[in-house]
Design a protein around this ligand. Structure first.
Ligand SMILES: C[S@@+](CC[C@H](N)C(=O)[O-])C[C@H]1O[C@@H](n2cnc3c(N)ncnc32)[C@H](O)[C@@H]1O
Length: 200
């Protein structure tokens, strides 16, 4: 992440935004269950609230330095920190009741890799499990904020089809200053298209 992120993401103001505004607006539509996965936690703004809402929280962070800091901070708690990419999750199919992705996907450099991450999220969710997410919306200001960093914002209108194609259902997409989304893995379905029906 660039210097702008290094300043903003660990700040109390950002934590308050994520914890008091973004998360409540998402979790009111979702049963997080006991086992949750958070992808791209960064300095842990969402982690700190979510860990009180579930029994076990696993976080997967690709930046080894950020993951190391989280591992120290959450040693001997209900948070397990994994260093690695959300595009290649080690967890078995159906491991989690819920998955969270906050301000993360626009840091993934290609559409294909974003889709691979969303496919991995679908795979590791249990049938009936839920994905909750938020992301920044494209703007000139956001583009400048990412100078020297990855900037690949999600196109809200295309997200519905992307999630549907992967197999998600009961999808809610909200654009109100930021992008928020909630999507469910169909109950009784363990892998993509396993119980698909309809015309062939
Ligand atoms: C802008 S930060 C957001 C951090 C936090 N979720 C928040 O909202 O404050 C994006 C984070 O996603 C992480 N990230 C990017 N690509 C990733 C990937 N493929 N797998 C896991 N984490 C990734 C980055 O290293 C960074 O920590």
């Amino acid at each position: 992440m660039n210097g702008n992120h290094a300043q903003l993401c660990p700040s109390p103001e950002w934590a308050a935004h994520i914890q008091d505004e973004v998360l409540p607006s998402l979790t009111q539509h979702a049963d997080l269950g006991d086992d949750m996965l958070e992808i791209g936690p960064g300095p842990g703004a969402a982690t700190e609230r979510l860990r009180h809402e579930v029994k076990r929280l696993t976080v997967v962070e690709v930046d080894a330095a950020a993951a190391g800091k989280l591992a120290s901070r959450y040693r001997d708690t209900n948070v397990e920190v994994v260093t690695g990419s959300a595009a290649e999750l080690a967890a078995p199919d159906g491991s989690f009741d819920s998955v969270g992705s906050f301000t993360m996907l626009h840091h993934v450099p290609t559409l294909a890799l974003q889709n691979q991450i969303l496919a991995e999220v679908f795979r590791v969710l249990r049938p009936g499990g839920v994905l909750i997410g938020s992301d920044s919306l494209a703007s000139n200001g956001l583009h400048h904020f990412h100078e020297g960093d990855t900037y690949n914002p999600i196109e809200p209108a295309g997200l519905l089809a992307r999630l549907q194609t992967l197999g998600f259902e009961k999808i809610t997409i909200v654009v109100d200053g930021i992008l928020k989304f909630v999507a469910h893995k169909p109950a009784g379905q363990s892998s993509r298209g396993a119980e698909s029906s309809g015309p062939s």
